[in-house]
Ligand binder design. Structure first.
Ligand code: HH2
Length: 342
């Protein structure tokens, strides 16, 4: 059972002596919380830790698809599906999907995340051929039209990832962390691009039935550690990995809140954090907006800003323009040199 460190991150320009910068970004810490399974979290001083303990927290993260991660990056969601929970059916027609991709880039998305299978709670799996047929023409058309924005493919299937990369995708985003398809780890190793390993408990069809954890934050961290080790063993270099707590994937509202509050614990792996809470159900529950996902933008922005405060490097969102604007203001307010953030 591994104890884990969570840096208590700060943005105030008045840094105390000995303050340590998180991953080359705007945040710093001089204390951490020590999380263990046998005692409540305990506050400890950074000065009492060894350089080896601090190294994963301090090392700047490698650029993602050529994008430096020293400022927040926006991943715009494009679901080419009939049934995604918030934009299902909006972009099933390839022309609509291409127009949406362009609108997301114009709105400030740094990366596009294109998916052809909904993984919302209760969703049925989509056959490989159908999933490929939904997304590959869209990716190919965007590349043929000269779009240079990095494209992520949101899939749990190796063959779909291969077809998407052949059409011009750059990043393999797998909500099963390479567990759904036995061929995915070797495929991801061979494709050569970054790979996002996301935590999920159970399969989309049943994952919200009765999610249970001993300690959700430590359980998610242990799962991600095991998946990082499996990915590296399969030949994916560590510097190509991103991690994601998988908000809403086999989690109650309380689980989601605990993961967001404790998000900074995941910096201990020394990898960029991708965070996706956009329009998810708990935002409607806590925000009192009811069942319509498109009404959850303000709550999604509040959660996105908290993820930035916890040092998340990439925000996966549906509302790219609104998130870009919110992130720009956050960057200006937290930058030591505000002109740099404009
Ligand atoms: N959430 C969804 C899908 N893919 N990938 C990562 N890395 N992180 C996430 O949080 C994440 C994800 C679910 O959102 P969406 O794509 O809008 O819905 P659906 O699965 O219904 O298509």
């Amino acid at each position: 059972m591994t104890d884990r460190l969570r840096p208590l991150l700060q943005t105030d320009p008045l840094r105390p002596d000995g303050a340590i910068t998180l991953a080359g970004g705007p945040l710093w810490f001089d204390h951490l919380a020590l999380h263990s399974r046998t005692a409540p979290p305990r506050r400890i001083r950074a000065a009492d830790l060894s350089p080896a303990d601090l190294a994963p927290l301090t090392a700047p993260r490698p650029a993602l698809c050529g994008l430096p991660l020293d400022r927040p990056r926006i991943m715009g969601v494009l679901n080419v599906t009939p049934d995604s929970f918030s934009d299902g059916g909006d972009h099933l027609d390839p022309e609509a999907a291409i127009a949406r991709a362009r609108a997301l880039v114009d709105a400030g998305a740094d990366i596009l995340d294109i998916g052809g299978e909904s993984t919302r709670p209760g969703a049925d799996p989509v056959p490989e051929a159908a999933e490929t047929a939904r997304i590959v023409p869209v990716i190919a058309a965007l590349r043929a039209a000269g779009l240079t924005t990095p494209i992520s493919v949101d899939t749990r299937k190796a063959a779909v990832a291969r077809a998407a990369f052949a059409a011009g995708a750059d990043l393999f985003n797998d909500v099963s962390a390479l567990t759904h398809d036995p061929a995915s780890a070797a495929t991801a190793a061979g494709l050569g691009g970054p790979v996002c390993l996301m935590h999920a408990q159970g399969d989309p069809k049943t994952m919200q039935d009765a999610p249970r954890y001993d300690d959700v934050l430590l359980d998610v961290a242990d799962f991600l550690e095991a998946r990082i080790q499996a990915a590296v063993a399969a030949g994916i270099p560590r510097h190509r990995l991103l991690i994601d707590p998988g908000i809403g994937f086999g989690k109650t509202t309380a689980h989601n809140l605990a993961l967001i509050r404790g998000l900074a614990l995941l910096h201990g792996f020394g990898l960029p954090i991708l965070f996706g809470a956009s329009r998810k159900r708990f935002i409607g529950v806590l925000g009192g907006t009811g069942p319509e996902p498109k009404s959850r933008t303000p709550g999604s922005l509040a959660v996105a800003l908290e993820a930035l405060r916890q040092g998340a490097q990439v925000l996966r969102v549906h509302d790219a323009a609104q998130t870009r604007q919110a992130a720009a203001l956050w960057s200006a307010l937290t930058s030591q040199n505000p002109t740099e953030a404009t």
